[in-house]
Design a protein around this ligand. Structure first.
Ligand code: SF4
Length: 458
């Protein structure tokens, strides 16, 4: 399928081919689903909303609910205010959420709809019932990426809802980043192990990984409550996991309510998880991780030592959303692998700086690029191949064309199952990742072995 990709690399600034990102509203919709009893609302045409819902549904293998302002030609010319007013009225009457989280699309952004004014007028006109909330984030998809949209919606949660109460709260806030429900659940599990209470927001665990009960719940039991979101303003501190997805929300919380924050890499792998655990302990004054956590850490170390000969020196291409790619690069370097191409579609100089700091002098020829695309990655690989690719489903075309194994990681994963249930975070997540990576490499060894070298034991 990609046989015609040329080896000759031309500098491109105005053209993306096979983007290594997706559009802003998808991230905003995903973040909104992490609020309990929230209906995400797409202010634009139906096509955008259908695409965003289906993309999330295909990744999580769960029905994703969202409403739309359903723009037609009239709204495109005269603006979408009447559509949004009607939507708010109908949604609260029919579906009865506690909160509606509105995000925009390219069309409504280009028209220039002033969402706060429209919502204010709707409130004055009694379209928003008492005790119900409407928040919004601007998510024009011609800038940024799905990660930017997630970040904007998290910031909107703070801007609209966080309040500083007289009595400070003893809980810490954790903004988990644009990660799967299993990782949000793992953060809460680790906090429990550390004997710490905290508010994870947004929190899509028990929203997009709900157990089968035999009855459909439009608003599942999970998600951070509005009450807890309000109390984030009185929290002890905020830990923002992943600068690209989470820093803006933490910064807004400090500006609005004076809650100090620190930004950490996503806790993927031993280094980043150690940093996370240390930070939680420092902020809360707890003394030590639990014995079971120390055991988990030891098990990861043991696995890394046992598997060293499978991993050492393997050339790897890593691509996807920036926070995930940063932490994965750090993890793979610590496991002895050699990243040679590290790519994200999301813009931001910080990405390149951070990756170069992680690599240090170990990989001077590694190509590191933000705002890049998968066409570029394929060209790089055609010039000099790799042993392994680590990234989302869109890499499968390159994987097939160049016969390189692909470990699926990040968002979206549209052609495999289970990723929403197994963490990549923490020491247990590191064990899942290592298992996946090493088994993928071993599968390749088996496949490529000549008859006389095909071994039972590896
Ligand atoms: S028009 Fe914009 S918001 Fe809608 S699907 Fe396309 S990129 Fe996304």
């Amino acid at each position: 399928m990609l046989d015609m990709t040329p080896k000759d690399i031309q500098e491109r600034t105005a053209l993306r081919i096979n983007p290594a990102k997706t559009c802003q509203p998808i991230g905003a919709m995903y973040a909104s689903l992490g609020i309990h009893n929230c209906l995400p609302h797409s202010h634009g045409s139906q096509g955008c909303c259908s695409y965003h819902r289906s993309h999330l549904t295909r990744h999580f293998k769960e029905p994703v609910v969202a409403s739309t302002s359903s723009f037609t030609e009239g709204a495109a010319v005269f603006g979408g205010a009447p559509n949004l007013r009607q939507s708010l009225k109908t949604i609260f009457q029919v579906y009865k959420p506690d909160i509606i989280a509105v995000h925009t699309t390219c069309l409504s952004e280009t028209i220039g709809d002033d969402i706060p004014s429209i919502v204010r007028k709707a409130e004055e006109d009694g379209l928003i019932p008492d005790g119900k909330f409407v928040i919004h984030a601007n998510t024009p998809s011609y800038v940024g990426s799905n990660v930017t949209g997630f970040s904007n919606m998290v910031k909107a949660m703070v801007d609209y809802l966080a309040t500083r109460e007289l009595k400070p709260d003893s809980e810490i806030n954790i903004i988990p980043g644009y990660v799967d429900p299993a990782d949000m659940r793992e953060i809460k599990r680790m906090l429990g192990e550390l004997n710490v209470t905290g508010t994870v927001f947004p929190d899509t665990s028990d929203v997009l990984d709900t157990p089968m009960t035999g009855s459909y719940e439009m608003f599942p039991k999970g998600g951070v409550t509005i009450d807890r979101l309000m109390k984030t303003g009185s929290g002890k501190a905020t830990i923002a996991l992943g600068a690209f997805a989470s820093e803006a929300g933490a910064q807004a919380l400090e500006t609005k309510c004076g809650v100090p924050f620190r930004v950490l890499d996503l806790p993927i792998g031993i280094n980043a998880t150690d940093q996370f655990v240390k930070s939680v302990l420092q902020i809360t004054g707890e003394q030590r991780p639990s014995p079971s956590m120390i055991d988990d850490r030891g098990r990861v170390l043991d696995m890394m030592t046992d598997m060293q000969h499978y991993l050492y020196g393997k050339r790897v291409a890593i691509f996807g959303d920036p926070d995930q790619v940063i932490s994965m690069t750090d993890f793979l370097v610590s496991a002895g692998m050699r990243p040679v191409y590290v790519i994200t579609g999301t813009p931001g100089k910080r990405f390149e700086e951070r990756i170069k700091r992680i690599l240090g002098d170990d990989a001077p020829n590694c190509v590191v690029r933000a705002s890049a695309d998968l066409f570029y990655l394929h060209q790089l690989i055609r010039n000099e191949s790799v042993d392994l690719m680590v990234g989302n489903t869109y890499g499968k075309y390159i994987s097939r064309a160049e016969d390189i194994p692909l470990v699926r990681f990040g968002f979206p994963i549209l052609d495999r199952v289970g990723h929403g249930f197994f963490p990549t975070f923490g020491y247990q997540g590191a064990m899942c990742l290592l298992t996946n990576i090493v088994n993928t490499l071993l599968d390749r060894v088996d496949r490529d072995s000549a008859e006389e070298r095909f071994e039972l034991v590896m």
